[in-house]
Write a protein that binds this ligand. Sequence first.
Ligand SMILES: Nc1ncnc2c1ncn2[C@@H]1O[C@H](COP(=O)(O)OP(=O)(O)O)[C@@H](O)[C@H]1O
Ligand SMILES: [Mg+2]
Length: 232
Amino acid sequence: MTQRLLGMDGLKRHYETPAGIVKALDGVSFAIHQGERVILLGPSGSGKTTLLNCLSALDSPTGGDYTFLGEEVPRNNSEKMTSFRRENIGYVFQFFNLLQDLTVLENILLIQELAGKKDPARAKELLRMVGLESEINRFPGEISGGQQQRVAIARSIAKRPTLLLGDELTGNLDTETSNKVMEALVSACKQENITSVFVTHDEGLVKYATRVIRIDSGKIVSDEQTGNDEEA
Ligand SMILES: Nc1ncnc2c1ncn2[C@@H]1O[C@H](COP(=O)(O)OP(=O)(O)O)[C@@H](O)[C@H]1O
Ligand SMILES: [Mg+2]
């Protein structure tokens, strides 16, 4: 048995709007164990981004419980929410957000420096893990979109997050490139024992997950193991 990482119980995120209450999340309950690779699927407007934002404590739920490693996750307190994110969460953006004036390697070194632990050997190892060992001295503008996304993955795991999140992170890549990106991601997460939750509307990514949670209108409609991995 692997350790339980987090749990949501009856989680709600309601918005009050002039047109009435929008129930973006309306009673979501699940637990995630360490090493799981979860894909969150659902139609547009179903609550996927809201759920990721609650998982990362970027947003505060309006009801229900959320615990992480046995402790209540802070809400309605931006300082505590920021330090929770800094300690636990990694994030891969859809549009990479690499610094264009820095080389591939320097993009990773910068993140390490910001976290207070520069480690060039590990930075190079991370880039090797995502298959970019021969591109480390190039600039983001000199490599392909898929390669840039792999740099972004290396950067997101450089601080060894406990939980790695991504929202449509292959959203602007073609199928072949997004497969390469997902393969790099899975292998890095396995090596570093990182738990992940990725939002997508692309059924083709299910093969990379150990578990698929489907959401619709703010509620979980199915939650299944894929059988892709023994260890999770
Ligand atoms: N700030 C907000 N104010 C009001 N409604 C919102 C806000 N953010 C999201 N919503 C609504 O919550 C629902 C879920 O949105 P979202 O989580 O972005 O869905 P998804 O990522 O699955 O497309 C939608 O109906 C959306 O319009
Ligand atoms: Mg969304």
